[in-house]
Design a protein around this ligand. Structure first.
Ligand SMILES: [Zn+2]
Ligand SMILES: [Zn+2]
Length: 340
C-alpha cells in the first residue's frame, strides 16, 4: 500500500509499504478518506521536530475496512473518526476517562498516530490502510450528514480549540474570552468558533497575522492586530487562550487572566520557560497545558457540530486531492485537508 512519509526536514513522499494486518481480536483496519493537517504537522515536516522517517497524518476520517472477531460496534464500510491518541479504554486512567493518559500505551509524546517512534510507532493517516487497536473503544461513529472533510479535523485541532475555552466558560459563563495568537495555524480560530458556539458574551482576539485577525472578526470577535513585542498584559479576561508560541506571549496571556480565571496554552513549548509564579499565586490563576484529549472530547465537539452551532469549515480550509498530498503537506495554509 501507499503511505505518506516524513523522510527528512522539508521532504515528505509516498512510500510503498506492506499493508498492516489485524494483530488482535479487538483491532480494526480503516481506510482513511480525509486527513487534516494538524497545526503541528507542518513544522514537524518542515523542520524535523521529531526523528523520522515516519508515516504522517493524525486527524483522520475513515471507513472501516476490516474488524477483528471481538469488535462489536463496527462493521465494514462504517464511517468513523479516529482520535489521534491511542488509548485502550480499560486501564485505570481510561476508566477515569483520561484517555490521553492511557497506561497501556505509552510513548515519549504520548501514544499517537502519525508521530513515528515518538508516538509509539503507530501508523499515519495519509495511507491506504491504518491499523487501529481497541476499535470498539477508540473509534467514534461519524454522524451521517457531516462530510469527511469536517470530520477529519475534529479529533485534534477543533477539539483543541474547544477544550481551550469550554472549562473556563463553564466556570465563568459571563466572563470574557481572550485569544492571543501568533503561530501559524487554525487552532486559535477554532477556539473563537467554540467560544461563540458556547455563547461567550464577549470574545477578544489578538493576532500578529492581519489575515487571521480578519477571519476572527468575521466570527464576531473584537480584534486587535498586534505588532511589536507582546505588552505586559491586555485587558483581563476570565478565559484566556495562549496560541502565541513564545515565552513572552505566554507571560502576557497569564498576566491577562482575571483573578481565579483560567489560562490554557495550545502551544507546545520545547524549551524551558521561566515564569514569575508569585504574580499568579495571589491572583489564583489556573494554568492548563496538555494535549487535547481527542477521544474524551469528541462527543462534546460532535454535539456542537451536529447541532449546527460550530462549523469548522468556517475557517478557510484548503482541500486537495489525495494524490497531491506530498506537495500540499509542505505548503502553508490556514487549514489543509487531503481527501479522496
Ligand atoms: Zn496534532
Ligand atoms: Zn488505557
Amino acid at each position: 500500500m501507499r503511505e505518506l512519509v516524513f523522510v527528512e526536514p522539508g521532504r515528505v513522499e509516498w512510500l510503498d509499504v506492506p499493508e498492516p494486518t489485524l494483530q488482535g481480536a479487538h483491532d480494526a483496519l480503516v481506510r482513511p478518506i480525509a486527513v487534516a493537517r494538524c497545526d503541528l504537522d507542518l513544522p514537524m515536516a518542515a523542520f524535523g521536530l521529531f526523528p523520522g522517517p515516519f508515516p504522517v497524518g493524525h486527524e483522520i476520517a475513515a471507513e472501516v475496512a476490516a474488524v477483528g472477531p471481538a469488535v462489536d460496534r463496527f462493521r465494514l464500510g462504517d464511517r468513523v473518526i479516529v482520535p489521534f491518541q491511542v488509548s485502550c479504554g480499560s486501564c485505570a486512567p481510561c476508566g477515569r476517562s483520561v484517555f490521553a493518559a492511557c497506561a497501556t500505551h505509552r510513548a515519549p509524546l504520548g501514544a499517537s498516530f502519525g508521530f513515528g517512534v515518538s508516538g509509539g510507532g503507530f501508523g499515519g493517516g495519509v495511507s491506504d490502510l491504518l491499523a487501529v487497536p481497541h476499535a470498539d473503544h477508540l473509534l467514534v461513529s461519524a454522524p451521517p450528514d457531516i462530510t469527511a472533510e469536517v470530520l477529519a479535523g475534529l479529533s485534534d485541532n477543533v477539539a483543541d480549540g474547544y477544550r481551550a475555552v469550554a472549562p473556563g466558560l463553564r466556570q465563568r459563563p459571563d466572563g470574557d474570552v481572550l485569544v492571543i495568537a501568533d503561530t501559524a495555524g487554525a487552532i486559535p480560530l477554532y477556539a473563537v468558533l467554540a467560544a461563540r458556539a458556547l455563547d461567550a458574551p464577549r470574545i477578544r482576539y489578538v493576532d500578529r497575522d492581519p489575515v487571521r485577525a480578519q477571519i476572527a472578526a468575521g466570527f464576531g470577535a473584537e480584534v486587535i492586530v498586534h505588532t511589536g513585542p507582546w505588552p505586559r498584559r491586555f485587558e483581563a479576561a476570565a478565559t484566556v487562550v495562549e496560541a502565541a508560541g513564545d515565552p513572552d506571549g505566554l507571560l502576557c496571556a497569564l498576566r491577562s487572566t482575571e483573578p481565579y480565571g483560567t489560562c490554557t496554552t495550545v502551544s507546545v513549548s520545547f524549551q524551558p520557560v521561566t515564569l514569575p509564579l508569585v504574580e499568579f499565586y495571589t491572583r489564583g490563576i489556573t494554568f492548563h497545558t496538555s494535549r487535547a484529549d481527542g477521544r474524551r472530547l469528541l462527543p462534546e465537539v460532535l454535539d456542537l457540530v451536529t447541532s449546527g452551532r460550530l462549523d469548522p469549515s468556517d475557517v478557510p480550509t484548503t482541500v486537495v486531492p489525495w494524490d497531491s498530498a506530498p506537495d500540499a503537506w509542505l505548503t502553508p495554509a490556514t487549514k489543509l485537508i487531503v481527501a479522496r
